[in-house]
Each structure stands twice: as C-alpha cells, then as structure tokens.
Design a protein around this ligand. Structure first.
Ligand SMILES: *Cc1c(COP(=O)(O)O)cnc(C)c1O
Length: 444
C-alpha cells in the first residue's frame, strides 16, 4: 500500500531521475518530449512514487487515463488473471467474450436509448479516424466539420482535425483533405461577449457550412463536448443543442469525441449528457481502459453497421488484456459512483480555485465540469492577453513541490486538473495549497 500523501525525500528531480534523464537523452527521440522529469517506479490511487522515493500527487492521471486510480485493485486482478489464460488472439481471427461484453457495457452507459453497436481499437486517434470512416460509409459524403481549438490526435487524419500547429502538426503535412474548421463557442474570448457566444458561433458555423462546404457534402460534425488539449473549453450554453438540431435537419452524423471527457470525468458518465444532447456516435479511450490502451466507437446500430464487413478492425484492437481492464474499470466506476465523486471533486476544486482567483487577478477564468477543471491565466490589465509564461512557471512550481499539474490551451496559458476520481479530499486540499504557494512564488 502506498500512503496517499505527498512526501519529498530529495530535491526534485532526484539523482536517480536525473540519471535516467541522461540515458533518455541518448536513447529516446527528442520529439517525444514532456513536462516532467520524475521517473515513476510505482503508483497507487492518486500518488506516483518516483525512483528516488518521492511521492507526488498526480493531477494529470496520465492525461485523464487513471480515473479509477493507479493500480486500481479490480483492474490489477482482472489483468493478472487474463495474462495467465491467454494474451493475444486477434478478435477478427479468434474471438473472445470480453470484447463482446465490453461492447454491451458501452451500449449500456453511453447516452441514447436506441440500438447500438461498438467497435474497439487501441488509441483515441484511431477511434476518431474510425468514427470518420463510419460516418462517411453511412452518409456517402466526405466532408468533416471540426472546430477551433479542437484536439483529435496525431495520426494523419486526426492531425488535420486538430487545430494547433505547434507542436502537433509542424512539418508533418500534407494533411488529409475535406476537413473544415468552424468557430467554437468559447465564451471567455468571444469578441462580442459571452451572452452572444452560442448564437453567433452557431450562426458562423451554419453560414460557413452552407457557403463553403454545402450541407449535402458533410458526413460528420466532430465535437469535443468539453475541449481537452484546446484549454478545457466548455461550449457556451445552447451551442451543442443547436449543432444537434442542425445535424438532424441535414442528415449529418454528430460525433462526440469523449476521449478525454468520457467515463465519469465530468460528473456524469459522458460530458455531452450535461447538454441533454444525444450524439449519433461517441468516441472513447483514455479512462476507458483503467490504465491499459483501448478505444472505442459506439453509436446507432444503422450507422455502425454501414461499413462493409471487414471494413473496420486492426490486429490489436480490443486486446484481451485491455478488454478485461476496461470491464474492471467500468465496474469500479459503477460500484464506487465515480461520477458522483467527480462532481464532489469539482465542487472542492472550483471553490478553492475561485478563492485563488479573487486573490490573483492573473486567473482570468475558472472553468470546467466535475473533475475536469482548469484556470486560464492572463495579463491582469483587462486585455485578456494570454500568459503562457506564468502557466509554465506555476506548473513548474507545483512540480518542485510534488504536485504534477498539466498545462494546455491554444495559447499554452491554461492549467488543467485531472485528478484520479478516487483522490482523497485531503490530498486535493494539499494540492490546492501547493498551487497557491506556486502562484505566490511565480508572481513574486
Ligand atoms: C487524447 C485525445 C485524443 C487522442 O487520443 P490518443 O489515445 O492520444 O490517440 C483524441 N481526442 C481527444 C478529445 C483527446 O483528448
């Protein structure tokens, strides 16, 4: 058992982490770079233990993956048992029951009371790519609508769908065609004010879709119900409903990319449930596997069954170890009411961050839902000029104190919080104290 407490035994990074960093430099491509220099040896719940014995509070969860906590007991037991019965057979060649059962669970927990089907893959980007393939096969159309600030992955098609060039797309073109980017209802930065945001963003979308693409050419609208890498942007109220109605009117498949926001993270099983909107297809990954790699596309049976038989798949998609891990993760979410827990975490964090914002005018906005919360940092002169340097300094200050935070956002000025949903409240309070210290230090 790892005590759920922050413990610093060395200056960070410690000597063993530093030695590993040197080996990494000589062996790992510098293009695979990250923010943190602490090498993990063990992890449990919301605590990471590094090779020097330091215990860190994890507010990143491996980018929103460890929602059920690190080394969740049900996941560990299920994977251990599966590893001793069989590893890989390939579901397309020699099928097995955990794949089928996981698709049943996906149908049960995703929004919509119609008949559903699922297909399983490995990574979030692969799920998004397949959702596009499925929507194209179903509609016989090619165009795909995505939004400003969107993040959908790093494969060729999903790079085209991702908004930000640095670092995701720089030098990697040419990109896939037939991707069209539309305004996102980002109320904090909407030029004419938050109160106009949803209507004007939707009007912009509808006009561009009509003039530049043509409704009858559009296969899918792909939307993150809360944008992740783009800055935890919650669409202005009403925007998603207007998109849903528009998609229905024009026979366009609405895809909710819930790779980051799905599986209890926002206080409901799926973030789009906060909008009272039912998508046609939903993509999931990150938290789905309880720490193992797996992704899924789930949706209306008639859409999911549209591609030709054999048209979807892949060698490793829905790997047995990942399927049993996902089933164990879902059981954990159900029995421990992790959606309810996410809502409580959200209240605690929002309260603390709102206090912090009243102290530090550099915090322009506190936003998010449930345990998917962020602060956007700006120059405090009323201009809302993004302050990425401050975000970097605060994240570094938290890191030196043993709290792992992540930044995000198109302007790099958002600090996001994705703690495991099993985090003890005392740990969250400690992390918020550390954040306040890091702020005071960074601002001086
Ligand atoms: C992380 C993410 C992806 C890509 O998932 P990978 O597993 O990294 O390929 C796609 N969409 C969203 C919303 C994400 O947050």
């Amino acid at each position: 058992m790892i005590e759920q407490r922050r413990i610093l035994r060395t200056a960070l990074p410690g000597p063993k982490s530093a030695a590993l960093a040197a080996r990494r430099k000589a062996a790992v491509s510098s293009a695979v770079s990250g923010g943190n220099d602490l090498y993990v040896e063990r992890a449990e719940g919301a605590i990471l233990v590094d090779v020097d014995g330091n215990q860190m509070i994890d507010f990143g969860s491996g980018i929103g993956v460890a929602s059920v906590g690190h080394s969740a007991p049900r996941v560990v037991a299920a994977v251990t048992k599966q590893a001793t019965s069989f590893g890989h057979t390939c579901f397309m060649v020699s099928p097995y029951d955990s794949y089928v059962e996981l698709c049943e669970q996906l149908a049960k927990h995703t929004p919509g009371d119609f008949e559903k089907r699922s297909a399983l893959f490995n990574a979030g980007a692969e799920a998004v790519e397949n959702a596009v393939k499925i929507a194209r096969a179903y509609t016989g159309r090619q165009a795909v609508i995505v939004f400003d600030h969107a993040y959908h992955g790093r494969t060729n098609l999903t790079m085209a769908m991702t908004a930000k060039v640095q670092p995701y797309k720089d030098g990697f073109g040419p990109f896939a065609p037939e991707i069209y980017r539309m305004p996102m209802a980002y109320s904090y930065r909407w030029p004419t004010g938050a109160q106009n945001c949803a209507e004007e963003a939707f009007a912009g979308f509808a006009s561009l879709a009509h003039i530049q693409v043509g409704e009858n050419h559009i296969a899918a609208v792909v939307l993150e119900p809360i944008q992740g890498e783009g800055g935890f942007i919650v669409p202005a109220p009403g925007f998603v409903t207007m998109l849903r109605d528009w998609c229905t009117e024009h026979g366009v498949v609405l895809v909710a990319d819930e790779v980051q926001s799905g599986f209890c993270r926002t206080g409901k099983w799926f973030a789009i449930e906060h909008e009272d909107v039912v998508p046609d297809l939903i993509t999931t990954a990150k938290a789905l596997g309880g720490g193992l790699p797996i992704s899924a596309v789930t949706g209306r049976a008639e859409i999911m069954d549209a591609p030709v038989p054999g048209g979807l798949g892949g060698t490793f998609g829905g790997h047995p170890l990942s399927c049993v891990a996902a089933l164990a993760a879902i059981e954990t979410m159900e029995t421990e009411d992790l959606a309810g827990r996410a809502a409580q975490i959200g209240e605690l964090l929002t309260g603390r961050l709102t206090d912090l914002a009243s102290q530090f005018p550099q915090i322009g906005e506190v936003r998010g839902r449930g345990a998917m919360i962020a602060i956007e940092l700006v120059v405090p002169d009323g201009s809302k000029t993004p302050d990425a340097a401050l975000a970097k300094a605060v994240v570094a200050g938290c890191g030196r104190r043993g709290v792992l935070m992540l930044s995000c956002g198109s302007y790099g000025n958002v600090i996001r919080m994705l703690p495991p949903l099993v985090s003890e409240f005392a740990l969250l309070e400690d992390a918020m104290d550390v954040l306040a210290e890091a702020f005071a230090e960074a601002i001086g």
